[in-house]
Design a protein around this ligand. Structure first.
Ligand SMILES: NC(=O)CC[C@H](N)C(=O)O
Length: 187
């Protein structure tokens, strides 16, 4: 059974845990560095990246998560989680700085401007619902990074080897396909 952690400091944690359980994974709520031991993969959920960053520092998780990513442990960041992974964040210092993408925050307006669209993702499937909430977008990707989905001319899902990041929240829908893609093809 694959053992997949969900960073559980803030944000849409339970929703990711539910999806991983439906996909037959063993899940671990990651709050301390001991929880990272023996993980086959890690999900960084959506929420608020600045708050998560403060908590990552307080719980001394930055270094341990960064070194797992550098060792090749698969990670999937959704929304704020993507911001945490990105090597560059426009007008902001980067956080884990492991995924070779440049990300801009709050690219689609405020909370009231949240929306849902259906995405056709060649590598994954058609009409996949995606919920955008004060979502970031990927401004540019490094060499070797695969762009998996765009919406309105903006990159919203990309894969850098063992690192996957999306602007939206697959975990806030009932469609398992994107998380399944992560768990079955990357973890
Ligand atoms: N829904 C989200 O995860 C929003 C991310 C948020 N805008 C941030 O910068 O962290």
């Amino acid at each position: 059974m694959k053992r997949v952690g969900v960073l559980a400091l803030q944000g849409a944690v339970r929703e990711h845990v539910r999806m991983l359980e439906e996909l037959g994974c063993q899940t671990v709520l990651v709050k301390h560095k001991e929880h990272l031991e023996g993980l086959d993969g890690l999900i960084l959920p959506g929420g608020e990246s600045t708050t998560m960053r403060k908590l990552l520092d307080r719980y001394e998780l930055m270094g341990p998560i960064r070194s797992l990513a550098q060792k090749g442990v698969p990670m999937f960041g959704t929304c704020a989680g993507l911001i945490l992974l990105a090597k560059e964040v426009v007008d902001h210092d980067p956080h884990l700085a492991v995924m070779d993408v440049v990300v801009a925050r709050n690219s689609y307006g405020r909370q009231v401007d949240s929306f849902e669209v259906n995405l056709n993702i060649q590598a994954i499937g058609e009409a996949i619902p995606a919920v955008f909430i004060r979502a970031p977008h990927i401004v540019s990707v490094g060499e070797g990074v695969e762009v998996l989905a765009e919406h309105d001319g903006k990159i919203v899902l990309a894969r850098d080897g063992h690192l996957l990041g999306c602007s939206f929240h697959p975990e806030l829908t009932t469609d398992l396909r994107i998380v399944k893609y992560f768990v079955t093809t990357m973890v």
